[in-house]
Design a protein around this ligand. Structure first.
Ligand code: XMP
Length: 511
């Protein structure tokens, strides 16, 4: 196991992904995890991530010096390297300018042969993103490489097996990044790669079987990719012991409930659809603010699930489709380094109230790994490649009050938009495409009449994991047809705009 200690870098998840791509097991822990807990994981190597702060600041995030006594190879990246330098007696200084982007790295000629830079060209392109730099090397360390503006761009103490790189090997722009990570894990730490989706499936199957035993599991389904893959896995692992429940909150897309049922039927999972639309709309009455809507929907969801769970005598577990980014996001926000952007819909409060044990088979997987697992389980591509859909559904795409009429209006706009997009060859590159009711009215002319109707927005983005996103360049002719159809076919809409914002600075959903 390779532990990545997170200091708040936007690239921390990438480090884990790269390590797993190389076939090693990896997990992220926040920097303030108690040092005994890190030790208990028996890591074979530790990586200290980058971070937005400066080690020269008062109260900067740090790590217990006890870590150096573990006798485990440690690699610090950017902030992580500066932390190593500081703790081993080097000097870190703040620079008024930030070095950001590609740089040429020059390796020193006197490097240990069988070490971090084995097989890396003596001059290579790396990705930099830092303000601070190491101005004087800690005693007993050697400078491994430099760039024009950064004299100590990599350093190491091969006896202690502690290393630091100022650049980001986890980013693809660092040409030899994967080689450096591989060298660290394989050559320096002597780890053997044994992680793959197939091994994950074997391990998780064993672990679910032993932890659930003869228990009964209520499975919370949202109808999305994650929960469909999760229920497939559970139906194979615990036949006859699962009770899937799909709560229709009335905020699904056009005919989505039917589609979900068909998908479940395809994988022979018995469904139990709970129509809870009335109570959700009643709870959302007069509520206009996005965060409030999210909280109300989460709360109602828990209440419905709670009353359904009570109908299953002897239920012992609750399964949900939590995936790794959700886990990291909550852990990182607990560590206080990252601000909470929005309350993600989950049913975390439920198990405590019901005294149910949690089963989260996808807890350690990223979205693309979840999809790979789906393939391994033999699910059809039509299910695996479905676009993500947020737990609170259309509520976060209806700005202002959510009513049945507005949800119906949005369903129509959204259907037209997605139907037209599906006709376009670029559709396969879209991570998510949806429409938004803005609640803004504008003046228009329909026939000979003045109209004063709603402005709708449409949004289509590409992404690999939802953490960052770019808007899709839809051809003008496709956009024209979409706009014509929406304004002609949906009553109360006279204007359509296309959202051309990346994430960051915006998010994918509007609320
Ligand atoms: P944002 O809007 O934060 O969304 O850029 C990133 C990805 O997460 C989805 N999303 C959610 N998924 N529950 C979910 O299961 C939620 O509450 C939620 N909010 C946003 C969003 O659709 C996008 O794919």
């Amino acid at each position: 196991m390779v532990i990545v200690i997170d200091f708040g870098s936007q690239y921390t998840q990438l480090i884990v992904r790269k390590i797993r791509e190389l076939g090693f097991r990896s997990e992220i822990l926040p920097f303030n995890t108690p040092i005994e807990e890190i030790k208990d994981k028996k890591p074979g190597a530790i990586i200290l991530s980058g971070g937005p702060r400066s080690v020269t600041e008062k109260n900067a995030p740090t790590i217990s010096p006890l870590i150096w006594s573990f006798d485990i190879p440690i690699l610090g990246i950017c902030y992580g390297m500066q932390l190593i330098s500081q703790q081993f007696g080097g000097k870190v200084v703040s620079s008024p300018t930030k070095e950001y982007g590609s740089s040429q790295l020059f390796l020193n000629s006197n490097l240990p042969a069988d070490d971090l830079f084995r097989g890396v060209p003596s001059q290579d392109t790396v990705w930099m993103s830092h303000g601070d730099y190491i101005s004087s090397l800690p005693p007993s360390f050697t400078t491994y490489a430099s760039t024009e503006s950064c004299p100590i761009a990599a350093m190491g103490n091969s006896e202690k097996r502690v290393y630091g790189v100022q650049f980001h090997p986890e980013v693809t722009h660092t040409h030899s990044g994967k080689i450096i990570l591989y060298n660290f894990l394989s050559v320096v730490a002597g780890l053997k790669p044994d992680w793959s989706i197939k091994s994950y499936l074997e391990e998780i199957t064993y672990s679910i079987k032993t932890s659930v035993g003869q228990g009964k599991v209520i499975v919370a389904l949202s109808g999305g990719v994650d929960s469909t893959i999760m229920v497939t896995l559970l139906s194979k692992t615990l036949p006859g012991q699962i009770y899937p429940i799909f709560i229709d909150h009335g905020l699904l897309r056009f005919q989505e409930a039917e589609e979900v049922l068909q998908a479940l039927a395809k994988i022979s999972v018995a469904d139990n659809i709970i129509n809870a639309q009335d109570r959700f709309f009643a709870a959302l009455k007069n509520v206009k603010e996005g965060e409030k809507k999210r909280k109300i929907i989460g709360r109602e969801f828990i209440k419905v699930l709670e009353s359904e769970a009570q109908k299953i005598p002897g239920v012992t577990h609750l399964a949900q489709g939590t995936i790794y980014p959700d886990v990291i996001e909550s852990a990182v926000s607990v560590s206080g380094l990252a601000a909470k952007i929005k309350t993600h819909h989950n049913v975390g409060g439920l198990p405590k109230r019901l005294r149910l044990k949690l089963v989260e088979p996808l807890r350690y997987l990223f979205k693309d790994e979840v999809r790979e697992l789906g393939k391994l389980l033999g699910l059809p591509l039509s299910i695996i490649e479905r676009q993500p859909f947020p737990g609170p559904g259309l509520a976060v795409r209806i700005l202002g009050e959510v009513t049945i009429d507005r949800a119906n209006k949005l369903r129509m706009v959204d259907k037209i938009f997605r139907d037209e997009l599906r006709e376009w060859e670029g559709y396969k590159n879209i991570w998510q495409a949806f429409a938004v009711l803005t609640g803004v009215k504008t003046v228009g002319v329909k026939g000979d009449e003045r109209s004063y109707e709603e402005l709708v927005a449409i949004r289509a983005v590409s992404s690999t994991d939802g953490m960052t996103a770019d808007w899709i360049e839809i051809p003008p002719a496709v956009l024209r047809k979409i706009s014509e159809r929406i304004t002609r076919e949906v009553a109360g809409v006279n204007r359509v705009v296309y959202d051309i914002t990346t994430k960051p600075p915006s998010t994918i959903e509007w609320e």
